[in-house]
Design a protein around this ligand. Structure first.
Ligand SMILES: NC(=O)c1ccc[n+]([C@@H]2O[C@H](COP(=O)([O-])OP(=O)(O)OC[C@H]3O[C@@H](n4cnc5c(N)ncnc54)[C@H](OP(=O)(O)O)[C@@H]3O)[C@@H](O)[C@H]2O)c1
Length: 227
């Protein structure tokens, strides 16, 4: 199973939105993990507001797999087939040209056709939602993913943490507090469970009063041998 790191920029109250994120620092620190794969939730992708594929200027060919390309592979969890911005994603500089959608057996067939049209790979894991343990295992088996960075919102974080699939949590704590009903935590679940215990590994001040906190998850119970 790959080593899994959640990386989030948060307000001092643990929220993931509604404040000014130092996005440059977010990705500078993300790059330091040297992840093979960036795993992103569908809501995060939709929130990015990229251009839709049906507005793309011409078709893209099959992905180019350059052996010296050290950029991460982008993988998106999308059982409902909602992310249709692959042309823009493939043209962005952050990831390799090859990309993969994590789908389930409930993913509409026309979405799999859409992925094929845009030369995006897919993995099928799970009946309704994506079986994330199975998806991570496939990412390792097919793409040799050893380190996976989760760049997502609290929902995907929550499912992965509750499934015991996360080894590390990296937080860039910004010196701002966010209130109001729209405030969303970096750890969101449908039901309240026991707290997830963390062990502090490092705390490092960054520019602008931001603090980088690195934690190990004390028990990544969903991973054989504790990760
Ligand atoms: N501050 C930061 O560092 C940061 C980083 C990234 C994103 N964000 C923000 O976070 C917000 C989005 O966060 P979000 O929490 O709404 O969504 P999210 O975590 O991006 O997306 C939810 C994901 O969880 C999956 N999921 C939900 N339940 C599941 C289950 N039971 N089993 C398997 N997969 C499951 C969904 O899959 P399906 O699609 O298959 O349903 C979807 O891919 C955006 O506003 C974004 O800008 C902030």
């Amino acid at each position: 199973m790959p080593h899994v790191v959640i990386h989030n920029s948060v307000s001092a109250d643990g929220g993931v939105g509604g404040f000014d994120i130092d996005i440059g620092l977010h990705y500078e620190i993300a790059a330091m993990f040297g992840a093979d794969v960036h795993l992103v939730g569908s809501e995060t992708m939709l929130a990015a507001g990229m251009d839709p594929d049906d507005a793309a200027d011409g078709a893209l060919g099959p992905p180019v797999d350059a052996p010296d390309d050290r950029r991460p592979l982008l993988a998106v969890v999308d059982s409902r087939g909602r992310v249709r911005t692959w042309a823009a994603l493939r043209q962005a500089p952050h990831w390799r040209d090859r990309m993969v959608a994590l789908c389930s057996r409930a993913t509409p067939a026309d979405y799999l056709d859409h992925l094929a049209t845009w030369h995006v790979d897919h993995i099928v894991a799970g009946d309704q939602r994506v079986d994330l343990a199975g998806g991570l295992a496939e990412l390792e088996r097919v793409y040799d993913a050893k380190r996976v960075l989760i760049d997502s919102g609290g929902t995907l974080n929550g499912v992965l943490l509750r499934a015991g699939l996360v080894d590390e949590v990296s937080l860039l704590v910004h010196p701002q507090l966010v209130d109001g009903p729209g405030r969303v935590s970096m750890f969101r679940t449908a039901e309240t469970g026991d707290p997830v215990a963390l062990r502090l590994v490092d705390a490092e001040p960054q520019r602008g009063g931001i603090v980088w906190l690195r934690y190990d998850v004390v028990e990544a119970a969903g991973k054989a041998g504790g990760g």
